[in-house]
Design a protein around this ligand. Sequence first.
Ligand code: BJW
Ligand code: ZN
Length: 247
Amino acid sequence: MHKITMTREEQVRLVKERLGQAQKVVVLTGAGISAESGIPTFRGADGIWEHYRATDLATPEAFERDPELVWAFYNWRRELISRVKENPAHQALVTLEKIVPDFTLVTQNVDGLHQRAGSINIIEVHGNLWRVQCTECARITMDMSVDMGKRPHCRECGGVLRPDVVWFGESLDGLLLSRAEEAARTCDTMLVIGTSGIVYPVAFLPALAKDGGAFVAEINMEETPVSPGLDLTILGKAGEIMPLLVP
Ligand code: BJW
Ligand code: ZN
């Protein structure tokens, strides 16, 4: 559309207008929405993967090789996340959910900040760091401990516990993914906030929404691989832009 010629103010006005008329909205979020809360993103300057290799921390092979290292990584994040607060971008989505007739928030984040802010209809496609799963009996439990210890074990069967998150090479929960895909395919408006758009299958969701005829706007500090296929990208911090879109 008017992608190249629009000023930031015009972009904001257009997205606000679209959200005001929208019947069915899907918001897709990534690590960038929690950055202003003080949680490091994965990629980019000072991102987690600048300092550590994803293959050492976020794969099933890494966990098998060195569960203590992987648990140290998740304990560090538990402690950090327990100390931070949701930011104006999380809060704007809570308001948006109250205004829009049909609202779905698809998040790749495992930090639980959308829930803490008060969002309700959330699909956590990459799991949640406050849940643990037993590698023996498969039981999933919530555990809000800030420090799970070096090698936590299942209370029921003594099996090794792992974070209930989706690592590289693992399949996403099929039911959650199909709900997210269906929501993307059938929405009239989508916002894509703070994701690098390179991790699949979630990175397909904006294209599904476009194919279904939706208006899709991105809010990010920089252009991403998904930007060219979308209606517009508002360059800026989610915590500053989102309150302008949702009064
Ligand atoms: C701001 C901001 C501010 C900063 N305001 N913005 C098809 C094609 C190619 C590859 C594959 C494919 N299908 C599957 C794959 C393989 C793989 C994959 O995608 N690899 C790519 C990297 C190439 N996918 C998988 O393995 C997935 N499984 C799967 O598909 O199973 C089937 C299968 C298996 C095997 C083979 C083939 C198929 C699983 C992916 C699981 C991802 N897991 C992680 C860890 C979760 C647990 C944890 O958190 O500990 O999920 S990795 C990490 O990346 C995390 C995130 O959810 C995910 C996405 O990152 P996100 O959120 O986009 O963050 P960043 O850091 O990348 O970006 C931040 C953005 O914010 C940047 O753009 C900034 O500019 C911006 N930003 N501050 C606004 N203030
Ligand atoms: Zn067990």
